[in-house]
Design a protein around this ligand. Structure first.
Ligand code: NAD
Length: 496
């Protein structure tokens, strides 16, 4: 009998009513390890009803109580990181240290949210008019939902839920159906940390569950992270149903390598950021733009490093790169390599070959040189262990290339020239910029988000923008005059 991964509703497991499930695999072996329940519209309605009830009570909890729950959750997560990392690796495939890394970055968001008493402090203006004070506050929205991708099954939910809960909302998570177990583990941890039942809910599912959340009148806001076409759909559908929506999409992140860069350092950074997590990161560097005459040397240095990478089961000691998430995705990435080769790119390293463990969805590292902007390996997000090198003559040409791309999530410049780096961070049309930093994911007290087709909506995720997203502002004007001075005045109230 296959294990069923159930929903988590009202603080308990719930198998749902749809009768529909999806298989869950270990991508390192190809074996089915479980099946996950897929919620029906009715299941989502049950989940939202319990969240709505919980939100009413949770909004009344004091800031210090909320902070105490977050501190407890933070401590448990810190102590039990290895347990969660093993769950992530078994369903996602990334190596254990990488899984622990995503938990560490998620943990930072929990730590940020523990400061909620400070984060929700409003403004106060005494004597805004004679005898009149004005003050502002931010209040929770009620029930908010998060729809998350497969590639960060713990970190992305934590980006969302820590702030949403700290702000006094109830949070409903619809995780990826490809690696759903981390979500249930996190749900239990919230319960252990003392969060009241119903404040954190998990509904597993596919389009039916997502559509039910997008159209449910009691869901006030949707945070989404995933691919661009779905992000656009989520934004359009959610907003047309009156919801606040932040929808983060796909990426094609360029590294601009200037001729004065330390090429060994740049090559280390490119290899780490292109092939880490088998390229299944929205901040992966997938294009290296070599400026001037450094192309041959840079490509040689990257190529030199590839044979040293061990591809295998992410749970095994010494593995550098695990499998891709599914056989279909692996085949899709292969198809891009085929297309790049057919279009005339130079295949410097070919990940389609290699002696990988049987059964798993493995692909080795691919390095394509002389890639040009019309090739699909350049235009499309591949989301696999493929690095394309585009050669340009000048810095300006490289900048123009990056600024013409439809995606604008992250980018990085490699140089020893502070002036060039400063010009780049000023002129590049991308939301997150690294200067000699290959994966510039902002720390938790800034906010995360791209531009253009990498984000639909006005608010970036987590950090201060996350607090704004999960609350709405209210401004109060008060006076306490002597009733004996009261008069009728039909004029519009003036402040002076
Ligand atoms: P995906 O878009 O396929 O799925 C994301 C979520 O949407 C999942 O929960 C999935 O169940 C749901 N979904 C899928 N198809 C749907 C449909 N037709 N209608 C409604 N819901 C649907 O993305 P993925 O493959 O899980 O994740 C990889 C993608 O996520 C990549 O494009 C990557 O760049 C992107 N990503 C972006 C960021 C970012 O911060 N910008 C971070 C991580 C991942």
């Amino acid at each position: 009998m296959t294990t069923l991964i159930p929903h988590w509703i009202r603080g308990a497991e719930a198998s749902g009513t749809s009768g529909r499930t999806a298989p869950v695999h270990n991508p390192a072996t190809g074996e089915q390890t479980a099946e996950v329940a897929l919620a029906s519209t009715d299941d989502v309605a049950t989940a939202v009803a319990s969240a709505k009830e919980a939100a009413i009570a949770w909004r009344e909890s004091s800031l210090s109580r909320r902070s105490a729950v977050l501190f407890a959750f933070r401590q448990l997560l810190h102590e039990r990181t290895d347990e969660l990392a093993a769950i992530i690796t078994a369903e996602h495939g990334k190596v254990l240290s990488d899984a622990a890394g995503e938990i560490a970055r998620g943990l930072e968001n929990v730590e940020f949210a523990t400061g909620v008493p400070n984060l929700l402090k409003g403004g106060f203006s005494e004597q805004a008019s004679t005898g009149v004070d004005v003050y502002s506050m931010r209040q929770p929205l009620g029930v908010v939902a998060g729809i998350t991708p497969f590639n960060f099954p713990a970190m992305v939910p934590l980006w969302m839920c820590a702030n949403a809960i700290a702000c006094g909302n109830a949070f409903v998570l619809k995780p990826s159906e490809k690696d759903p177990s981390a979500a249930n583990w996190i749900a239990r941890l919230w319960q252990e940390a003392g969060l009241p039942d119903g404040v954190f809910t998990v509904v597993h599912g596919d389009k039916e569950a997502v559509d039910a959340l997008l159209t449910h009148p009691d869901v006030s806001a949707i945070s989404f992270v995933g691919s661009t076409p779905i992000a656009k759909y989520i934004y359009e559908t959610g907003t047309s149903h009156g919801k606040r929506v932040q929808a983060l999409g796909g990426a094609k992140n360029h590294a601009l390598v200037l001729p004065d860069a330390d090429l060994d350092m740049a090559a280390d950074a490119l290899v780490s950021a292109a092939y880490g997590a088998a390229g299944e990161r929205c901040m992966a560097l997938s294009v290296a733009v070599a400026v001037g005459d450094i192309g041959d040397e840079l490509v040689a240095k990257v190529a030199q490093r590839l044979p040293g990478l061990r591809v295998g089961d992410g749970a095994a000691e010494g593995t550098d790169m695990g499998p891709l998430i599914t056989a279909e995705h692996r085949d899709k990435v292969r198809g891009y390599i085929d297309a790049g080769e057919a279009a005339g790119a130079t295949l410097v390293a070919d990940g389609r070959t290699g002696d990988h463990p049987q059964g798993g969805y493995f692909l080795g590292t691919t390095l394509l040189d002389h890639v040009t902007p019309e090739m699909t390996v350049y235009t499309d997000e591949i989301f696999g262990p493929v690095l394309s090198v585009v050669r340009v003559e000048t810095y300006e040409e490289g900048l123009e290339l990056i600024n013409s791309n439809q995606y604008a999530n992250g980018t990085a410049i490699f140089t020893r020239d502070g002036g060039a780096a400063r010009a780049f961070q000023h002129d590049v049309h991308v939301g997150m910029v690294g200067i000699n930093v290959p994966i510039p994911v902002p720390v938790a007290y800034y906010s995360f988000g791209g531009w253009k087709d990498s984000l639909f909506g006005d608010t970036h995720m987590y950090g201060p923008e996350g607090i704004n997203f999960y609350t709405r502002g209210k401004v109060v004007t008060q006076r306490w005059p002597d009733p004996a001075t009261s008069t009728i005045d039909l004029g519009f109230p003036r402040t002076r």
